[in-house]
Design a protein around this ligand. Structure first.
Ligand SMILES: Nc1ncnc2c1ncn2[C@@H]1O[C@H](COP(=O)(O)OP(=O)(O)O)[C@@H](O)[C@H]1O
Ligand SMILES: N[C@@H](CCC(=O)OP(=O)(O)O)C(=O)O
Length: 259
């Protein structure tokens, strides 16, 4: 594999708490060093701006506000602080990072798409890891949907990547929501998205709210360009390397290639 897009959600970065986990960012950095040594180019799509702001801002009422302008403002406050944490931790591992804030519009045919592609390619050519988030000041799609899953799929297709890896708070897709049914069984391999659509049963976890629905939509976008997707549990140590090596349970979405 030469190119890998990895989507890290708020629940992974916070390990389910209210603060960004430096330990988890170290875990990610350690794995990216290993991937770079194997010649893999990595792009991160990372959420966590709003959560980072909530960790630092104590203005009365604000941190708890759920309305869109408050979330946009929190994202603008938290994004540079989040990048500072990435920057400090990744520097200790010798990793070079860059920030790209994008919207869905930047992926439509035209100048923005070309500019985005050129920037990402140039960064990777020079060994920089692009860290992408939605530009929440000018677009609110992902703030409304509550995830960056679609954004990560758009990045994966733009870059014609070999694989998209989505880190979630769960090992993969089950035949029913395991938070609601103790006997739910993990589906390890999916080739037909119609087969799994009926397995989705959402519940709001209060952190990322995109749920399994947005993950399956992201897989659908990737399948349109025959890009495989792995859905893995970001709270597991070494979740990137171990899922790629088949050492931990996860769901692999493999597009069927016509013969
Ligand atoms: N069939 C299913 N299998 C697994 N998870 C499911 C299923 N249906 C709904 N879900 C929900 O999807 C959630 C994962 O998505 P999400 O809440 O967006 O987490 P994250 O932001 O960590 O990616 C699970 O915690 C679970 O509540
Ligand atoms: N772009 C915003 C929100 C995106 C978001 O909530 O995504 P996720 O944590 O993956 O469900 C942020 O960085 O906080």
């Amino acid at each position: 594999m030469k190119r890998l897009v990895i989507k890290i959600g708020t629940s992974t970065l916070t390990m389910g708490t209210k603060s960004i986990s430096r330990g988890k960012i170290e875990d990610i950095a350690r794995q990216l060093v290993e991937l770079q040594q194997q010649g893999v180019q990595v792009v991160l799509v990372s959420s966590g701006a709003v959560a980072t702001a909530r960790q630092f801002i104590t203005i009365d009422g604000w941190a708890e506000e759920g309305d869109l302008p408050s979330k946009q403002a929190l994202s603008a406050i938290g994004q540079p602080k989040l990048m500072q944490i990435f920057s400090e931790v990744f520097r200790d591992f010798g990793l070079k990072i860059a920030q790209c804030l994008l919207t869905y519009r930047d992926f439509q045919e035209g100048e923005s798409r070309t500019n985005t592609l050129n920037t990402l390619n140039e960064l990777m050519k020079h060994g920089y890891i692009p860290i992408i988030n939605e530009n929440d000041t000018v677009a609110v799609e992902e703030l409304i949907l509550g995830d960056n899953d679609k954004l990560s799929a758009l990045v994966a297709t733009l870059l014609d990547t070999d694989q998209l890896l989505i880190a979630s708070d769960i090992d993969g897709i089950y035949n029913k929501n395991p938070h609601l049914h103790a006997d739910a069984a993990l589906i390890e391999s999916v080739t037909d998205l119609h087969q799994v659509a009926s397995f989705i049963e959402e519940r709001d976890n209060g952190l990322g709210t995109g749920g399994m629905t947005s993950k399956i939509s992201a897989v659908r976008i990737c399948f349109s360009q025959r890009i495989p997707v792995m859905l893995v549990n970001g709270s597991r140590p070494s979740f990137i390397i171990h899922s790629l090596e088949g050492k931990i349970p996860c769901t692999r979405f493999e597009p069927v290639v016509a013969v």
